[in-house]
Design a protein around this ligand. Structure first.
Ligand code: HEM
Length: 398
């Protein structure tokens, strides 16, 4: 198959319009073998099934109540993260127990299960047999989690409050527990366990790596741009005053506009997804040319983001460009979350997590790079750019 690389925003109009070019990849045997074909979102090329999942995924993750829950969870995760720093280990319970001789205070069965699940998820980029075995294990674990949550929900009286996390929302959607329940047939049926499992896996695969890598890039760019850091700290301090402990609220999140500008500017200058893909299974017109069926398009995000036809001084790291009144990037020139039908459904969650993490980190800690002279080390993994390592020195801020 001949791939066609697109490097200009104006060639993307067809892909970024809301109702065309819904296929990301050609169907392949691997996706079938792993149980992803025709399921979930990321690798789903079956339009009817994708529409159903897309609708329910979006409802679960874009609701105002989910926003509250996401901010609450980011606060909790950050508090947990800090505990390990004081023990001189730099990660969460699962990693802590793997890397350290000391063990965390969490129930061991929970930690052991979580370590096993994430080790299996990481192994998915290894050899074919490992991948298949890993997938079987992951499916078993996720099925057990879904089953147990279903049971917990069923045991609760119908009028009892339920949390708004993605798993609960997907289980109750289009059932009597759903506040917006209307019985109208196939389009509004509840999700099966397999559908929920693949959507949760999509969330893990497509969400965690990007946020983790972007946070490393953010720390790197803040360290190299003292004026940006000063402005960011001014915003953070004006919101939290001297309080370095209170949880972040929804109002704080909406007030952290300079922190959000930093997130967008890092995504522009150093996109974690440097290639988007679209596939046509029938002859079609794209960028004013006619293409045969079975053509794959690679959208070169970095070249669009760094083009001076769309961006003033594109190589300058300048978050201020995002806070100019009425500023909107030119059409097709900012692709942090892709666009069109396959636009990232996790965009709000990603922004909440990154903005809140910047504020939680920098209001309390001074973060410096160990090596200010070497450029950040990255590696390409398919469509993603990953941070290889970034050594930092963290100490409490005065
Ligand atoms: C900084 C964080 C993130 C970035 C930069 C990002 C970026 C992207 C991009 C560029 C795409 C492809 C869009 C396209 O082809 O037009 C995508 C797709 C997707 N993202 Fe995100 N994403 C992030 C976080 C998340 C999170 C937290 C979730 C969910 C929990 C998520 C779920 C998805 C899913 C399910 C798709 C596939 C959508 C579909 O095919 O319909 N993403 N993301």
């Amino acid at each position: 198959m001949r791939p066609i690389v697109l490097c200009r925003g104006e060639y993307l109009n067809d892909f970024l319009s809301k109702n065309t070019h819904e296929i990301r990849f050609r169907n392949c045997k691997g996706a079938e073998e792993l149980g992803f074909a025709g399921k979930g979102l990321m690798l789903n090329s079956d339009y009817k099934s994708w529409t159903f999942n897309h609708h329910l995924f979006n409802q679960a993750i874009l609701s105002p109540k989910f926003t509250d829950e996401a901010i609450d969870h980011t606060n909790k995760l950050f508090n947990e993260l800090e505990i390990y720093w004081s023990k001189r280990s730099y990660s969460m319970a699962a990693y802590f127990d793997t890397l350290s001789n000391e063990k965390s205070d969490h129930q061991s069965a929970r930690v052991i299960n979580s370590v096993k699940l994430f080790q299996a998820l990481r192994k998915l980029s290894y050899k074919a047999n490992d991948v298949l075995q890993g997938m079987e294990f992951i499916n078993q674990k996720l099925n057990a989690i879904i089953k147990s949550r279903r049971q917990e929900i069923e045991e609760k009286p119908l009028d009892e409050h339920l949390p708004h996390d993605m798993l609960t929302s997907m289980i109750i959607k289009n059932t009597l527990r759903d506040d917006n329940y209307i019985e109208t047939g196939e389009a509004t049926r509840p999700m099966t366990d397999t559908e929920i499992r693949v959507n949760i896996l999509d969330g893990i695969f497509t969400g965690t790596y990007k946020i983790g890598n972007m946070l490393s890039f953010i720390v790197y760019y803040i360290a190299h741009n003292p004026d940006v850091k000063k402005k960011m700290l001014k915003e953070i301090d004006s919101i939290f005053q001297d309080d370095k402990m209170r949880p972040i609220t929804k109002d704080d999140f909406y007030s952290l506009s300079y922190c959000e500008a930093i997130v967008k500017e890092v995504a522009r200058i150093h996109p974690v997804i440097h290639l988007l893909t679209r596939y046509i299974d029938k002859p079609n017109k794209v960028a004013e040319y006619h293409w045969p069926a079975d053509s794959l398009f690679l959208i070169n995000v970095k070249s669009v983001h760094n083009n001076d036809d769309y961006w003033e001084e594109p190589n300058k790291f300048n978050p201020d460009r995002w806070i100019v009144k009425n500023f909107e990037p030119k059409k097709g020139s900012f692709l942090m979350f892709g666009g069109g039908l396959r636009l990232c459904p996790g965009r709000k969650l990603a922004t909440i997590e990154l903005v809140c993490l910047i504020a939680l980190l920098f209001r309390k800690y001074e973060i410096d790079l160990v090596d200010m002279n070497t450029p950040i080390k990255t590696t390409n993994s398919g469509t993603m750019v990953l941070c290889v390592d970034l050594l930092v020195e963290i100490k409490p801020r005065n």
